[in-house]
Design a protein around this ligand. Structure first.
Ligand code: PHE
Length: 344
């Protein structure tokens, strides 16, 4: 033990008093097993001369460190009744993360914004008129069965829309098409991000609550090739060419012709007849679309034959599944942190 060793410890303590919490400081320097105590154990074995030289220095060091500690401790109590050690480190607060469906929904919005679309919204509690009738799906039309619906009791109506039928949780974002067209004349390009609900049993592909992104582009000369280009461009931006897709004919009462877009099944690639995602077809449907049915323009009050356009409805969770290789749509609402933490 040398003079320098004791000095070095004092210097170190002068920095530590500002960075360590009080208790760690006490334990490290002046506690029963601290550095000062170590010096004193060594001291016992020194020669008489060394003891004479180092004794006072060591005692001084002990006092100095004690003073440092006591002063710091006092500053914690000053003006406060109780001792509060604000030098103690707090518990780390875990920062949450976005649900992958939200991540993809936001990404889709920014991709379509770049492509010149404007974002609009509509109500999650809808009425029968906008969810069905105005979309060319009259009462008793068998196509209503395509959308299993959560209905509200008959006597509940939306304020100001009492004549628009019973209330329901919207089964798709398409009702916002008519809400928008009633008030706006083409040309326009809009998207509608939002939550949708279906009264149906859940499985790996189906949830009763999910998100859609509706798109509507109308002017005097929009045709299906515009649709194809826009969708291909959006897919390219999101999947960077890593997913195969195909366009297929399909049926929705509010479009004619109707089509759907599928993306190849990442789980089985068409090899498993019992695949929960594609049932062995090798393809997963991610969106429905088509040319807006003339009946809708008529209902919106547009001049006959003047406008045409396309509409599409993207299944947001489906997109997220294909993007992140998630093989069960029920995971999105599961609140399972092991799942959610992967998207930090
Ligand atoms: N609304 C349809 C659905 O939820 C999807 C769709 C939107 C189809 C727009 C055509 C045009 O199934």
């Amino acid at each position: 033990m040398k003079k320098e060793d004791i000095k070095a410890v004092i210097n170190e303590a002068k920095t530590d008093i500002n960075s360590l919490d009080l208790e760690s400081f006490r334990v490290k320097y002046i506690g029963r097993k601290g550095l000062i105590s170590d010096f004193f154990s060594e001291f016992k074995n020194l020669s008489i001369e060394d003891k004479k030289e180092l004794g006072p220095i060591l005692n001084e060091a002990k006092t100095e460190l004690n003073d440092l500690y006591i002063k710091a401790k006092e500053s914690c109590t000053k003006d406060k009744k109780d001792f509060f050690d604000y030098t103690l480190k707090g518990n780390k607060i875990e920062v949450g993360s976005l649900n992958p469906a939200t991540i993809v929904l936001r990404e889709l919005c920014s991709v379509f914004k770049e492509l010149g679309f404007q974002i609009i919204e509509g109500p999650e509690i809808e009425n029968e008129y906008y969810n069905f009738d105005a979309l060319n799906i009259p009462k008793d039309h068998p196509a209503r069965d395509l959308w299993d619906t959560f209905w509200f009791p008959d006597n509940l109506k939306l304020i100001g829309e009492k004549d628009k039928g019973r209330c329901l949780l919207r089964t798709h974002t398409s009702p916002v098409q008519m809400r928008f067209m009633e008030k706006n004349l083409p040309p326009f390009n809009v998207i509608v991000p939002g939550r949708t609900f279906r009264y149906e049993a859940t499985d790996a592909r189906h949830e009763f609550q999910f998100h859609q992104l509706e798109g509507l582009m109308v002017s005097e000369n929009i045709n299906l090739s515009n649709f194809k280009i826009i969708i291909k461009e959006a897919m390219q931006k999101i999947f960077k060419g890593t997913r195969k897709m195909r366009f297929l004919p399909s049926y929705f009462p509010f479009v004619s012709p109707g089509l759907q877009v599928d993306i190849e099944c990442f789980k089985c690639r068409g090899k498993d007849k019992k695949c929960p995602l594609c049932s062995g077809s090798g393809w997963i449907e991610v969106l429905g679309a088509g040319m807006v049915h003339p009946k809708l323009f008529e209902i919106a009050g547009y001049p006959k034959g003047k406008y045409q356009g396309f509409a599409f409805g993207i299944g947001v969770e489906r997109f997220a599944m294909v993007k992140y290789l998630i093989d069960d749509t029920r995971l999105f609402n599961s609140t399972d942190l092991r799942f959610l933490k992967q998207f930090k």
